[in-house]
Every structure is written in structure tokens, then in C-alpha cells.
Design a protein around this ligand. Structure first.
Ligand code: DC
Length: 228
């Protein structure tokens, strides 16, 4: 039986999407594409230019014209890929607390989403891809061969982020991380265009009581059983 060529993985922040997708892509020899980097790169560029993140016209224009490139990793500093905006390597800059803070507002502009969607679809059409985001199964690749929606409670997701950041030596407060996770959930789920939700034909996996290896095992079994 042929394996699913296009796999969509959606879910809220810190639900384990990236870990799962990276492992699947590695195992299957597929491209791993984390679509959040596009929204993050636009947010980074807007902050650099001093554009107001609420300015829909300026942000739409920026998204439509920004030379964003995602390439194989050029450095062994923990990165899984490079993200470039023109001549700037923004791989780590797009993960800053400042970008974290504003990216949901940028991603809520319909014009920004429209500008970035074609880039995502073009990569999807090539096949052999594991694409991660919020609206991959519902909007970007509604005809994906396999759709997974990973979920977990806000408390569990905040705990994971907290542990990750503590392990990197950062001094962080669990309460503040939880508040940030909840704020992003609200913005991502309540926006009018492409809100975060599981596609009707997605397999929903609750990961509160599962570790990364268990989630991977379940999805691999689904892939092996998939009828496409
Ligand atoms: O997955 P992430 O944390 O890098 O996503 C950053 C933001 O971009 C988040 O607010 C949700 C948004 N996003 C989106 O709206 N659609 C996607 N396909 C991917 C991310």
C-alpha cells in the first residue's frame, strides 16, 4: 500500500507538533516544513521596520514581498533548518519573546495569511512532506493524505515549555508561560480567518498522558495503515 505523501499536523502551541513532525520526516525521508516560521519571519521584519503589527495593509504588503527562505541547516547549533529573510539569518531571532508576543496578531490578518498560503501550497504540491501549522488540514492542504491534530491542556503545554526553557538555563516563571500560552490559544482559535480547529477528517490525539515516543508510535501505526 502506498504511504501517505502529504501529512498535515495541526494543533495549539507546544502540543508536540514539531517533535512529532521532525521524527516522522526523518523516518520517512520526507521534507519537514514548519509553517509557523513564515508568520514569525513577517513579524520579525515588521518589528525591524517599526511597522505597527495592527496595520493590516502594511503587514499584508510586507508578507507579499518579503524574501523568506527556508533551507537545510548551515550550522550545528541545534537548528533543524535555516530561516533567512533576504541577507539575514533569522533562525533564532524569530524565536525571541518579542516575536512570540506579537506573532498571533500578525497571523490574524487575512491579507497576511493569503500572501503566505501560496508558498505553503507550492511546497505541499511537491509531495513527500510533513507540514506543521494551525490550518494545514483545514485550509492549506485540505486534500492531505493524512491529517493529525495534536492537543493537550494549556497547563501541560505550559509545563513542557517551562521545562524546555529551564533546561536551556533560562530563568522563567511557569505562571507567566501559562498566561502566554492561554493568550495565544485565544488569539489563534478566535480569529475569523482560518481559526485553529481540527479538520473533520483529522485524527485527534490527546497528548497529556503520552510522551513523544508514544505519540510517534501511534502516528507511525496510522501511516502504515493509511489507505491512500
Ligand atoms: O507554531 P508557531 O508557534 O511557530 O506559530 C507561530 C504563530 O503563527 C502562532 O500564533 C500561530 C500562527 N500560525 C498560523 O496561524 N498558521 C500556521 N499554519 C502556522 C502558524
Amino acid at each position: 500500500m502506498p504511504l501517505p505523501q502529504r501529512i498535515a499536523i495541526d494543533g495549539p502551541a507546544a502540543s508536540g507538533k514539531s517533535t512529532l513532525a521532525q521524527r516522522l520526516a526523518e523516518t520517512l525521508g520526507y521534507l519537514y516544513f514548519d509553517t509557523g516560521v513564515l508568520y514569525r519571519a513577517v513579524t520579525w521584519a515588521a518589528l525591524q521596520r517599526g511597522d505597527a503589527v495592527e496595520d493590516a495593509d502594511a503587514l499584508t504588503d510586507l508578507a507579499a514581498n518579503l524574501p523568506i527562505d527556508v533551507r537545510p541547516p548551515s550550522k550545528a547549533d541545534g537548528r533543524k533548518y535555516d530561516v533567512w529573510v533576504g541577507k539575514h539569518d533569522v533562525t533564532w531571532a524569530i524565536r525571541s519573546p518579542e516575536v512570540d508576543r506579537w506573532v498571533s496578531i500578525v497571523a490574524a490578518h487575512p491579507g497576511v495569511r493569503q500572501a503566505l498560503i501560496e508558498k505553503q501550497r507550492e511546497i505541499g504540491r511537491r509531495g513527500r512532506v510533513v507540514m506543521v501549522g494551525r490550518d494545514i488540514g483545514t485550509v492549506v492542504m485540505p486534500d492531505a493524505d493524512l491529517k493529525i491534530y495534536l492537543d493537550a491542556s494549556a497547563e501541560e503545554r505550559a509545563r513542557r515549555r517551562y521545562e524546555e526553557r529551564r533546561a536551556r538555563g533560562e530563568h522563567v516563571s511557569y505562571e507567566r508561560i501559562l498566561a502566554a500560552v492561554q493568550a495565544r490559544d485565544r488569539l489563534d482559535a478566535q480569529r475569523t480567518v482560518a481559526p485553529l480547529r481540527a479538520a473533520d477528517d483529522a485524527v485527534v490525539i490527546q497528548t497529556d498522558d503520552l510522551d513523544a515516543a508514544q505519540v510517534f508510535g501511534r502516528v507511525l501505526a496510522l501511516i502504515e495503515d493509511a489507505d491512500c
